[in-house]
Structures are given as C-alpha cells and as structure tokens.
Design a protein. Sequence first.
Length: 361
Amino acid sequence: MEARLGMRSTAAAVLERRMDEILAAYEAALHSTDSSLLREERNAEPYVAEARRVLAHVISELHRGTYLPHGTDYLGDALGPGGPRTHPVESGRAATALFDAVVVVLTDESETSRPAAAETAVLFSLLHRQIVARHTARSVAHIGYLLERIRSAHNDERRRIARELHDEVAGQLGTALNWFELHEVYESDQPELARQKLDAARATVRDSLGSLREVMTGLRHRIDTASLHTALTQDLDGMGEEGAEVRVSVTGDESWLPPGAAEELFLIVREAQRNAVRHARATLITVEVHVAPGEVRGAVEDDGIGFDPVATAPRGHSGMLSMRERAELLGGSVTVESQPGCGARILIFLPLEGDNSGEPA
C-alpha cells in the first residue's frame, strides 16, 4: 500500500533546514532529565548520531513522495554498527524526547512554511515507525544481553559455591577425618596425644560447620522478614571482618519497595559494602540508603585505597558488573566514583513504580 504526496515535500525541507536545531533540542532533553544513557557514554554523541540517521531516513522517504509501511523487515539493522544498547525505559524516554523535538520545531514554523496537515501526518507516521523500530531493536538487544549475563552470573555463582564447598568445607572435613584416624592410632598407648587429636578433630568439624553456614547464608533471601538496615547490619556481623568502622543508615518508608526491588537493592548494597570492608583498607565506611515514593538512592563510601573504575576491575571488585546489571534490570543505575589513593563512592539509583503521591506502591 502506498500514498503519493505528488509534490516537493515541505516537511522534508523543514527537517533539513532545522535539523541541527532539532538535534540540539534532543541532546538538551537528554541532559536535562539526567538520563542514565549519558552516565556510561559520558556524552550524547552516539544517541545524537542515531537521531540524525532517523531524521535522514524520514527526509529520504518524504522526498520520494512514497509512504510504504515497512513492517519489521528492517529491525535487524535499526541499531547500525556499534549502535547504543540501552535499557528499554531509558530508550523509550529518548524516543519521546526526539519525537517532541520534531513536534516543537514543526509547530514553531510560520503558516507559510508549515507543511499541510496531510503531509504532517505522513511525517509523524514515518518518524513514529523509525523511532519504534530502533527502540524495539535496542530493547531486544538489551534484554538479550541481560539474559546472557544472568546465565553467566548463575554459572559463576555455581562455580563459587562449588569452590567454597571444596576449599573450605571439604578441606576441613578431610582434616578432621585425619585427626579422628590419628586418635585411633594413639588411643591405646598414648591417651593424652589421642585426646589432643580428638579435640582438634572436634574443633575442625565446628569450623567446617561454620563455613557451611556462611555458604548457606549467602544463598538465603535476607530481606524477606528483616528491614533493610537489619539485613545489612547482620551481613556485616556475619562477615566477621574487623578494621574499618562501618556506619549504616536507611531512611524513608521501606513499604514503598516492591518485594523484588527490595531483594535486588539489598544484594546491590551488600555487594558494595562487602567490597569496601574486605578490599578498601578503609578506616571509615558509610552506607546510606534513602527510600522515597518514586525512587531509591543509595551511597556506599569509604576512605580507603581507591581504584581506577575505568580500568579492568581489580581483585575484589568482580561484583561491580553484577551490581550494575541488577540495577539495570530495574531501570536503575550504579555509578562508581574513585581514583587510586582517594577512596571510593558507589552511587545507586533505582526508580520505583507508583504515582509519587506518598502512598505505598
């Protein structure tokens, strides 16, 4: 099905003449909303370049004077080589910003240069199709990436548990078995030495049970019945690490947290505070979480040795990628601020569904 405009496209001429203005408005919208698209990219260049391709395609279609719906045959190429992969929520916001920028420019045109209603409708239809195609492709790419990372994370977790069971529990039980066997050897002619071996075996079994409990504790949902503050504090107590002073503060109403978000938030903050306690060599670590009707913001800050967040993740910070992915699954973000010798600050943001009226979601 096709509809011919039968004349030189006024809409295409407007888009060509005011292309830079549209793109500037689009980039300004991304910055003004503090879009997480820009937090990792550090600039809006990839998204502005993609918006330019969208508008160029629309202009080309308008110049041809043919409106031919494409369906989904071009979705595979919608991102283009190296195109940005973004969370569906942020991708949708960016799509809206671009559409709005075009609408504002068209409505700002004078009566003499403004496209006719029919041509404007065609322009909006073409623009809508292009934006939706790219939004869909980005979302599919992002979901595929996250599913792969989840699969990889599950495999890593299984390997971690197997390693801990082998290195800690199995090793300790093997040592205990050796002490029991030595007890039998010395029991008849060296009772005192046999008693020492038996005591050592018992102590080793107790240690192995403690190691097993630690592994099992890491598998439990720690936030089901306890408050976030209690769960984080109990986790610190369970680590048994000493050295740094850790201050935990959780403010706001936790009833605004959906159960799934509460669990993910706990896991993200727990990973950040564990990294700080175990690897930062800090004297003071502060953990702050504030829950509001529409969002959660958290920060884990230490005065330790710091690290380069741009370089390959240092030893002890392998959980950083997992933290980011958990946040992205909820439409949020994790930002790292650190440099060698200057401590570290982990910023956590999670949006919450609801009307922001102050009532629990």
